[in-house]
Design a protein around this ligand. Structure first.
Ligand SMILES: CC(C)[C@H](C(=O)O)[C@@H](O)C(=O)O
Ligand code: SF4
Length: 467
């Protein structure tokens, strides 16, 4: 048998049909659904008089539009948001889907809920009408976003038409230095490869520094594979994965667990597998980083300065000039001198319990800078409950943070949590495009520990100074 990558193995196990030109029909194990990209897909089904093929593999949860303050059952003010959430409610009921409505403690960001409930398992194909579906690749699943017409196709058939991507290996060798986290890894990879570096590839992240990460950290790394242009990112499952999955509500049990483990243990890239592209980064070389511009690739170590646009080649020089202007910065300015107005801790990149622990560890016994707006938005109701039980919520509140309900919140401006014009935010989310967190808002992407450090000083801060 010819050697295979992990991606090859999962792909081969799911091909239901292959056409002569290599286009395949892939079986889909899990279809995650949120309110933004699904209404038209369900409308399409209704119009064609179709049902959902596998409602027991279709998991729906509202997340993007839900307000994160006050009463969960209150009517959503914004009409468009309200219509989308109400449509999901109705569709979940009409089509008999698995559903976590807004007042269910298990509700949260779809990419946090799937793994938490044991819906996401190694070796699966997982899709969602959402680009950050890549998160689920942390389990050794082939997981990626799809468009709304594909959502309809998967709802109707539980299959997806796909062409195979190329194989890319991103190896992070050795150990990380203190203060360096999964977020710094994933941003540094994008810094090295650019936002188009992964185009046409599925990335497998490997190496000692990846192995050493918890499942939460691995999800953070895979979450941003899409920001690096890749179709998906994945990590081979190991004991860390199996320990995380075991006992979750929808994980296999008993004899089914044993059978699953037999398959899961075969899920790794063979030694002599062929890679179309390989990137290697030394774990020791990664620093705590921040973004200075309006693309995730605009990233530098916190002890660097805002770059001069002339130092970039070709079209990138103009992009950098524009980004620096939009961000209201000056070339040569120290990144650690940039003052911020807001801190946002949350999102499917960094809204899990370990992220909250990392931020709380920095904040314990401290206060946020006077006049700063800071909020923690747990990724799910269960993360929130656990953080309360562990005393983290108290630490955040005592420091001056708002303690919110679960949702996408300020990761994107689709709900009341937004930046105002010119407002500058240290954010644990994954996108820093113009207007991403609100019209003319300015976003600096950071890890949870770095966000906490920035909240204390009121400027972008090297977390290592606080450790
Ligand atoms: C709204 C949704 C389609 C979008 C995505 O696909 O990523 C959102 O989750 C985002 O992060 O920008
Ligand atoms: S938290 Fe942000 S990145 Fe994740 S699904 Fe929601 S909007 Fe998209």
């Amino acid at each position: 048998m010819s050697p295979k990558t992990l991606y090859d193995k999962i792909w081969d196990a799911h091909v239901a049909h292959e056409a002569e030109d290599g286009t395949c029909l892939l079986y889909i194990d899990r279809h995650l659904v949120h309110e933004v990209t699904s209404p038209q897909a369900f409308e399409g089904l209704r119009m064609a008089n179709r049902t959902v093929r596998a409602p027991d593999k279709t998991i729906a949860v509202p997340d993007h539009n839900v307000p994160t303050t006050g009463d969960r059952n209150a009517v959503i003010e914004n009409e468009e948001s309200r219509i989308q959430v109400e449509a999901l409610d109705r569709n979940a009921k009409d089509f008999g889907l698995i559903y976590y409505p807004v007042n269910d403690v298990r509700q949260g960001i779809v990419h946090i809920v799937g793994p938490e409930q044991g819906w996401t398992l190694p070796g699966m194909t997982v899709v969602c009408g959402d680009s950050h579906t890549a998160t689920h690749g942390a389990f050794g699943a082939l997981a990626h976003g799809i468009g709304t017409s594909e959502v309809e196709h998967v709802l109707a058939t539980q299959t997806l038409i796909q062409k195979k991507s190329k194989n890319m290996k991103v190896e992070i060798t050795g150990k990380l230095r203190p203060g360096v986290t999964a977020k710094d890894i994933t941003l540094s990879v994008i810094g090295a490869t650019g936002t188009a570096g992964g185009t046409g590839y599925v990335i497998e992240y490997c190496g000692e520094a990846i192995r050493d990460l918890s499942m939460e950290g691995r999800m953070t790394v895979c979450n941003m594979a899409i920001e690096g242009g890749a179709r998906a990112g994945l990590i081979a499952p190991d004991e860390t994965t199996f320990d995380y999955v075991k006992g979750r509500a929808h994980a296999p049990k008993g004899a089914q667990w044993e059978a699953a483990m037999d398959w899961w243990k075969t899920l790794y890239s063979d030694d002599d597998a062929q890679w179309d592209k390989v990137i290697t980064i030394k774990g020791e070389d990664i620093a705590p980083v921040v973004t200075w511009g309006t693309s995730p690739e605009d990233v530098l170590p916190i002890d660097a300065v805002v770059p001069a646009p002339e130092t970039f080649n070709g079209g990138k020089a103009e992009a950098a000039r524009r980004a620096i202007e939009y961000m209201g910065l000056t070339p040569g300015q120290k990144l650690s001198d940039i003052e911020i107005d807001t801190v946002f801790i949350g999102s499917c990149t960094n809204g899990r319990i370990e992220d909250l622990r990392a931020a709380a560890a920095i904040l314990k016994g401290k206060k946020i800078k006077d006049g700063l707006r800071a909020m923690v938005v747990p990724g799910s109701g269960l993360v929130r409950a656990q953080a309360e039980e562990e005393g983290l919520a108290r630490i955040f509140q005592d420091a001056g943070f708002e303690w919110r309900l679960a949702g996408c919140s300020m990761c994107l401006a689709m709900n009341p949590d937004q930046l105002s014009e010119g407002e500058r935010c240290a954010s644990t989310s994954n996108r820093n495009f113009e207007g991403r967190q609100g019209y003319k808002g300015r976003t600096h992407l950071v890890s949870p520990a770095m966000a906490a450090a920035a909240a204390v000083t009121g400027r972008l801060t090297d977390v290592r100074e606080m450790m």
